[in-house]
Design a protein around this ligand. Structure first.
Ligand code: LGS
Length: 453
């Protein structure tokens, strides 16, 4: 018998199992009941931005079906649910007047989760900036740090004692790289000068919200980073330099200043004349201590030197020996273990970590067949990544939980509904939900604390 078959993958007592979503990707009705427009309403309604012209107008209709979705979470044995709050639902103009009906939606959701014994993990910002704030410069306006802290305060006070775990911002890098550098995501700008400023303000806003939380909130607060580890393409010095640039631009741009280390040196080289220096006091605010950190993990990259690839001058080499998901991302679970070990080293070894997203898109049929959705590739991805995560715990990583991406098939941003990440299938014609084989496995993993792996 190989050690694979005899080894136990039992997870520690208290390890928190859940699934994640984000407001614009699932809720629909984004402008209902007095909500204001967000940059994603605008972006998705601008022709040419979205695959097949998809929008989040209906999405998974979670705004109306949240009760049914809590029932679904129960069937999946979820212990926690990570969701995000739509800023412009709660404060339509981004600042000032509160929309009570918008806040009520999250109030009912949180109460429903608590009644079901499911712990709510709330993210303040998962990319849907109020459009009224974008009209004032959005993440380019330094005032956004105060706007964000004021918005946070509304939630911290409303949900005091009910929501105990908060995330400030989901994936600063994606907000900046997608929204301001390459323009594939809202608000769709393409400027290195803007990216450098937007990135700094995202970090300042995070720091300001953490500070406010200490004044008015209760519980634990942290940020959620995407880390995609960079492996060497060769031992050539120019490839190693490219790898370091890629690592600095994606993984360390936000992590280093959060940890009080300032920006990585390499960013000057990457951004050239677009780079700038920032006041010292900003870095104190940015490094405001947090209680936990979230990791969103999907794949690794193997970058090689590519002088024409703007602005990082690195390009990933496709690893043809491994499988790739529907979004073209390599399946390589050992890198998940490595990232968790690396991140815990980078954060000092004691900061509690949580996997706030992990998952994969594969081809699934548009509707269930005989009540089932067989998704063997996602089952395999889930199994191998949970095992890789278990390995990291064995190496001493202080990992507290895992949130599968995603509870539901949903709007994959500018890729529209074409990419399905759910452990639950959504028939977008009827809104019918069907737990996929991967979801059935996940429910068993949770029930058995990982013994079935
Ligand atoms: O749906 C998003 C998921 C899907 O894949 C979620 O809203 C985001 O928080 C998160 O960014 N998500 C995600 N990220 C994977 C990024 C992999 C990048 C690989 C790039 C290769 C060219």
């Amino acid at each position: 018998m190989s050690s694979e078959t005899t080894r136990s993958y039992r997870f520690p007592e208290g390890f928190l199992w859940g699934a994640a979503t984000a407001a614009y990707q699932i809720e629909g009705s984004s402008m209902a009941d007095g909500a204001g427009e967000s940059i994603w309403d605008r972006f998705s309604h601008t022709p040419g931005n979205m695959k097949d012209g998809d929008t989040g107008d209906v999405a998974c209709d979670h705004y109306n079906r949240w009760r049914e979705d809590i029932e679904l979470m129960k069937r999946l044995n979820l212990q926690a649910y990570r969701f995000s709050v739509s800023w412009s639902r709660v404060i339509p103009e981004g600042r000032g007047a509160i929309n009570a009906k918008g806040l009520d939606f999250y109030d009912r959701l949180v109460d429903g989760l608590l009644e079901a014994g499911i712990e709510p993990l709330a993210t303040l910002y998962h990319w849907d900036l109020p459009a009224a704030l974008d009209d004032r410069g959005g993440w380019l306006n330094p005032d956004i740090a105060d706007w964000f802290a004021d918005y946070g305060q509304v939630l911290f006070e409303t949900f005091k004692g009910r929501v105990k775990t908060w995330g400030t911002i989901n994936e600063p890098w994606v907000i900046v790289d997608g929204g301001y550098l390459h323009g594939a995501l809202a608000p769709g700008h393409r400027s290195a000068f803007e990216a450098v400023i937007a990135g700094h303000n995202v970090l300042r806003a995070h720091g300001a919200a953490v500070k406010r939380f200490r004044e008015v909130g209760e519980g634990r607060i942290g940020i959620v980073l995407n880390i995609e580890p960079k492996y060497p393409a060769s031992d050539k010095p120019e490839d190693e330099a490219a790898r370091k640039r890629a690592e600095a631009q994606m993984n360390r741009w936000f992590l280093d200043p959060l940890m009080g280390r300032g920006y990585p040196e390499e960013l000057k080289d990457v951004y050239g004349e677009a780079w700038r220096e920032f006041p010292r006091e900003d870095f104190e605010l940015i490094a405001e201590p947090t209680d936990w950190m979230g990791l969103n993990w999907y794949t690794r990259a193997v970058p090689e030197n590519a002088p024409d690839a703007w602005p990082v001058r690195a390009r990933p080499v496709k690893q043809v020996q491994h499988a790739h998901t529907e979004t073209g991302w390599e399946v390589y679970p050992p890198a998940f273990t490595d990232t968790l070990v690396w991140l815990s080293e980078q954060t000092g070894g004691k900061l509690p970590l949580m996997v706030t997203e992990n998952g994969s898109a594969w081809y699934d049929p548009p509707h269930a067949i005989e009540g089932r959705i067989h998704d063997p590739m996602r089952v395999h991805y889930l199994q191998t990544h949970l095992k890789a995560m278990h390995d990291a715990i064995g190496k001493g990583v202080p990992l507290r939980g895992y949130m599968a991406w995603s509870l539901l098939d949903n709007l994959e941003w500018s890729l529209g509904y074409s990419k399905r990440f759910g452990i639950t299938h959504v028939n977008f014609a009827t809104q019918e939900r069907t737990i996929k084989d991967s979801g059935l496995l996940y429910a068993e993993v949770i029930r058995s604390h990982g013994e079935v792996l």
